[in-house]
Structure formats: C-alpha cells, structure tokens
Design a protein around this ligand. Structure first.
Ligand SMILES: [Zn+2]
Length: 348
C-alpha cells in the first residue's frame, strides 16, 4: 500500500518535481488518487444522494513562489489524509508548478498562467505546446481538470485558483472574476469568496490565458483567481492573515454553505478593466516605483508609463493600477487599469 510520508503531499511533490507515477491511497472515508506530481484527488466513498453535488478544484503554486496558498492547501490535504476533515464533495487539489516551487521563483521558463486555453485556440497556430515544460504542464493540468469534471457530470463545477501578489495592494486581498461572456455574476460565489476575506473583485471583459478563465469558459465552472496577500518565502507567512481563506476552503469541501441572503453589494468593491497596457519594446517603463500598491488610484492626465517617448495616461479620476510589471516579455501585458463598476442589473 502506498502512503504519503508524514501526510506531507508538498514534500512528495517537491521530491518529484516533473514526474510521479500515479498511485492510490487506502482511506476509511475517501477514495484518494495521486494523479500526477502535485495533483491529488479526493472523493467521499458515500456521496449522499439528495445533497447538492459539487466538484471542487483548489489550485495553488501556478506561480511557484506564492507560498501562502501552498501552505494552506498542504495543511488541508494533510488533514484530509489523516481523516480530520469530513469531506462531502469530490475535490481536486493542484500544486501547479512544482519545479518553480523548488527554485522559489514565479516560473522556470514561462509564466504558467499565460498558457491556458487561449494560447491553443484555432487562431493561434504558432503555439508549440512542447516548447518548454510549463507548456507541457499546462496541457497536463487541463487534461486532469477535464477528467475530474467529467467524472462528476451532474455536479456543479467550481475552481478557486489561489495566488499571492508581487506587490502590496490597497485592497490586501482581491479576486479576478474571469470573463463570463455576459452571463450573470453569482451572489453566492461573491459570498463564498468574501468569506475568505476578499471583497474586491476585478471583473474581466475578455478571454484570457489564465487557469481560471480556462475552467470557467471550457467547463462552465464558477472560477476565480484569488490573490490572498503578498508573496513571501515559506515559513514567513503570517498564518492569521490566511485563516479565513483556509476555513472557507474547509467549509466548502465539507459541505457547509454560505447564506446567500447575506449578499449586499455595498460590502464589495467591483472594478472593471478600463485599459490593458501592453509592453511592445524595451523602452517601456513605469513612472511609479515598485512599492506603489495594486489598486492605487490616479487622477485624469497622470502618466502611468512611457514607451518610445509616448506617455500612457489616466483617462479619468480614480483610474487605478493593477498587476503592473515592466519586466514582462515584449508583447505581453505590463499593467491593467481599472475603474469602479455597478453590477446590480446582472446578478443572480
Ligand atoms: Zn500568482
């Protein structure tokens, strides 16, 4: 019988960063399969017939240096293995990029969160899925997520992709709600994510190459990229800041529901993308320093960035910056700007 020593799935993952032969674990309450390195599937042996059915994906380490979500997931996996959590719903945990975890970097060769669905769409014939190991991993994760959801065809699909951000944020925690093509936003999902301590939502208006857009668009999952705080090395995360997020995930997988009647739009900051700033060449530079926080608002006419002597300016008062990073490759997004938006008329 195979086992995970000390119930430490992260240690097993880090010791097998590119490949792990799949195996199963005997457990009194759950079927447990290690499907690939960093990917572990739990399914209750007895799913109650009349209960609401969900299939839940919890991913972290899509960026290898974002340690707080990795620690949260590893703790929960450990508690599941030692039968300390009463699992009610099939759940797939994913450590996205194990080699990047091992070197303490965001990625090894290419940002994994730019390599999902959109990159392989029919209008992108140039995409070589074998070019590097991150591309191979993106395809593997898509396959495993597909098989997971197919295994539970009548379950409601959800996916929470957990991250921490490179820079400080004026809103410490925030979530990206991927583009849902005009479908309504879900109060219940807002309440679930709010119970993680997240009240700021960035509502995207176009397809993306992220993991959360992939599961939302291809599988119809309620899916989010959730930024839980700031990047720090292993062991340096203040666990009290992540306690609500961890408890929310435990509640989710053990079948405890949020109260949708608690939803009140005034508890939230809903933001929509105003501009996507793409870096075209090496002359691109941001006008503000690295310690300016995400969601810092600018005034109309303020200059965000300069490229080839062209100034990129705020169009309106309150236009705020998100994910600025002048070090991206040429042709990639270097920053978003966002503005507040009212979503009352498209909520269920
Ligand atoms: Zn990240």
């Amino acid at each position: 019988m195979n086992k995970i020593s000390n119930n430490d799935f992260l240690a097993l993952t880090r010791a097998n960063e590119y490949f792990l032969t799949p195996f199963s674990i005997d457990h009194p309450q759950c079927d447990i399969d290690i499907l690939a390195t960093g990917v572990i599937y739990f399914c209750p042996k007895n799913i109650i017939d009349n209960q609401r059915k969900k299939a839940i994906v919890i991913s972290c380490a899509i960026h290898g240096n974002e340690t707080a979500p990795i620690e949260i997931c590893n703790d929960i996996i450990s508690d599941l293995l030692s039968n300390n959590i009463n699992l009610q719903h099939p759940t797939l945990f994913i450590f996205g990029n194990p080699p990047a975890i091992n070197i303490g970097e965001r990625f090894v060769e290419e940002n994994l969160n730019r390599l999902f669905s959109g990159m392989r769409s029919s209008d992108n014939n140039d995409y070589d899925p074998t070019l590097n190991k991150e591309r191979v991993r993106a395809a593997e994760l898509e396959k495993l997520v597909t098989e997971f959801y197919q295994k539970h065809p009548d379950a409601e699909r959800t996916h929470y992709d957990l991250h921490t951000a490179i820079r400080d944020s004026a809103h410490e925690k925030f979530a990206v709600y991927p583009f849902i093509h005009g479908k309504p936003w879900h109060k219940e999902q807002f309440e679930i994510v709010r119970s993680m301590g997240v009240t700021t939502f960035l509502l995207m208006q176009k397809p993306a190459t992220t993991f959360s857009y992939y599961s939302s668009n291809i599988h119809g999952a309620h899916s989010f990229t959730i930024e839980l705080g700031k990047v720090r090395p292993f062991g340096e995360n203040d666990q009290t800041k992540f306690a609500a997020s961890k408890q929310t995930i435990i509640n989710l997988i053990s079948g405890q529901e949020v109260d949708i009647h608690q939803f009140d739009a005034s508890n939230y900051q809903f933001m929509s993308v105003h501009k996507e700033v793409v870096k075209h060449n090496d002359s691109f530079k941001l006008t503000f320093s690295d310690d300016v926080a995400n969601f810092t608002a600018f005034n109309q006419g303020d200059v965000f960035a300069i490229e080839d002597d062209v100034e990129i300016k705020a169009d309106t008062n309150g236009e705020a910056i998100v994910f600025p990073n002048a070090n991206v490759a040429n042709g990639q997004r270097a920053m978003l700007t966002v503005i507040p938006v009212n979503i009352d008329n498209n909520l269920v």
